[in-house]
Design a protein around this ligand. Structure first.
Ligand code: NAP
Length: 285
């Protein structure tokens, strides 16, 4: 395996938060309003990281959050924590790569809460190893593609009929800056995230006139378990990763939740089919 390039790590995350590194801007303070009162949000990948932060933040703003992941113990713990703090959430174990589980997840949400106003298709996995394309095992490509690309496809496939019946809906997919530019040594992840951006654009065009608004968000390096795993794999610290970003810091999962929530809110009504750069300026140049 050849040495990973710094750009590749920037796309999937890596490292350990360095002492003294500022990661919490004042602007990340939670707003006091409850923009999602009465809304039902279906969310994938709510057991950890960005999805967990988004589930908690949505519940704090009044949403009923129906979320999945494969790790049932973590899912149930998150459900209990949200309820203990006065929010409403239900965990449902589902693997987004398995169509029957996705369809059961969507149906269970409608049974539990009566409808889906917003879907956040966030579940994803990183490339297990950094290597040039000719050294990438086909099995790794399939595994990453199965969750990241097929997972988003299956989720939208089963969410959209419900939204079409209701005559409205909002979808936010978690893509990546890796959906917008190439990153050497992570072909499986990079290709899968380009697919997420593509699926987002195609679906946005197909359903915009039917009152269903679809976008994606493009995080850069966000402080999550995925970033920690990638850091170890690539042998980089958070300081080294942050150096590649104009903001010179790692974005917090709660900040990413805020971006996803803005895209999901009525405030973003004019935004359709974008993969919104939320990387702290990485894609700016
Ligand atoms: P994370 O902490 O590892 O969380 C990933 C979530 O996805 C977990 O809840 C995991 O739950 C779930 N998941 C993975 N495979 C799944 C499957 N087959 N079915 C259902 N759920 C599944 O990573 P994260 O950083 O928050 O990543 C969230 C999203 O952000 C991903 O799409 C990732 O590609 C994207 N992203 C992250 C970064 C970053 O720097 N962190 C940068 C760009 C984009 P279980 O393990 O319980 O199934």
């Amino acid at each position: 395996m050849s040495a990973p390039s710094r750009r590749s790590v920037l796309a999937t995350g890596a490292g350990v938060l360095g002492a003294g590194m500022v990661s919490t801007p004042a602007a990340a303070a939670a707003p006091s309003e409850r923009r999602f009162d009465g809304k039902t949000v279906l969310l994938t990948g709510g057991t950890s990281g960005i999805g967990k932060a988004t589930a908690y933040a949505l519940a704090r703003e009044g949403a009923r959050v129906f979320f999945c992941g494969r790790r049932a113990a973590l899912g149930r713990r998150n459900e209990q924590e949200i309820r203990a703090s006065g929010g409403e959430a239900t965990f449902h174990r589902a693997d987004v790569g398995i169509e029957s589980e996705v369809s059961a997840f969507v149906a269970a949400c409608v049974r539990r809460y009566g409808r889906i106003d917003i879907a956040v298709n966030n579940a994803g996995i990183e490339t297990p190893r950094a290597a040039p394309l000719h050294e990438q095992p086909a099995e790794d490509f399939d595994a990453v593609w199965r969750t990241n690309a097929r997972g988003v496809f299956l989720c939208m496939k089963h969410e959209l009929p419900h939204m079409l019946r209701r005559g409205r809906g909002v979808i936010v997919n978690t893509a990546s800056i890796s959906a917008e530019v190439g990153f050497a040594t992570i072909a499986p992840y990079n290709a899968s995230k380009h697919a997420v951006a593509s699926l987002t654009k195609v679906a946005a065009l197909e359903y915009a006139a039917r009152n269903i608004r679809i976008n994606a968000v493009a995080p850069g390096a966000v402080d999550t378990p995925m970033l920690e795993r990638a850091a170890k794999a690539f042998g980089m610290t958070y300081e080294q990763i942050a150096e590649g970003y104009p903001v010179k810091r790692i974005i917090r999962a709660e900040e990413m939740a805020r971006v996803i929530m803005w895209l999901a809110s009525d405030e973003a009504g004019a935004v359709v089919g974008t993969d919104l750069d939320a990387s702290g300026g990485y894609l700016t140049g």
